[in-house]
Ligand binder design. Sequence first.
Ligand code: SAM
Length: 277
Amino acid sequence: MAHQPLQPGLYIVATPIGNLGDITMRAAETLARCDGVACEDTRVTGKLMKHLGLSKPLWRYDDHAGEKDRARLVASMHEKAVALVSDAGTPLVSDPGYRLVRDARAAGVPVTTLPGACAAIAGLTLSGLPNDRFLFAGFLPNKDKARRAALESVAGAQATAIFYETAPRLTKSLAAIGEVLPGREVAVAREVTKLHEECRTGSAEDLAEHYAAHPPKGEIVLMIAPAGDEPPGDHDVDALLRAALETAKASQAAAQVSKATGQDRKALYARALELRR
Ligand code: SAM
């Protein structure tokens, strides 16, 4: 069936992050009706187009393209409907497109977005971590110092931090989280929407141990619970009890620490008695 052409402009089209069934109807229709597709890798997008039974001109684009190439592509959008896709997921999210969208808007080109799969959001929904506020921070840097700095920069955020991660770096990153943010709950969402999808939660230390023993494969979203959400470890509770015992009886100290931590008052009372001995 012949498809009606689209109005000229730039169409930002999200594509699946693994399961091809996640293509939206609107995305498939737009790819069928556009004049051509700007993509990161013509082979990857070629496979998607083949799956959809479509054949369109594919133009390689990333934000490192020269100004002239980008200007030419933007100028073409006054006459052509250009779809922008990335290898997977939502374009511009740790993927090319920011400069293209900025320049298209500046040139008065109509820009339309077609939302769909995004690994960060899909991972967050699986994690069981608080999702009322989240902070997406892209890929964690590879170098130790920069990685620590990135982790320190989210340490005080009252939001779940979301990072993209690669399998070979996961164990190192988890070890760094254990050092910089000890006790925080962490979630690792791997191969989301694919055959071997999994999501593990726990302390960074425990997860580092697990993945050291079972080296992960595939694509990963790494998430860290907000500050203040971690249950205090025994050590923290002991410190709180000792401080309280300086001015209060064991029962009062237990009540105070129970109120502050949400831990069982009777167990805290027993521990307070032990500590006083
Ligand atoms: N723009 C894409 C999006 O919207 O999800 C992300 C592109 S970024 C270059 C690729 C990273 O996204 C991967 O290294 C991984 O961290 C994450 N990712 C992509 N697909 C994933 C999947 N199926 N499961 C887990 N993480 C995924």
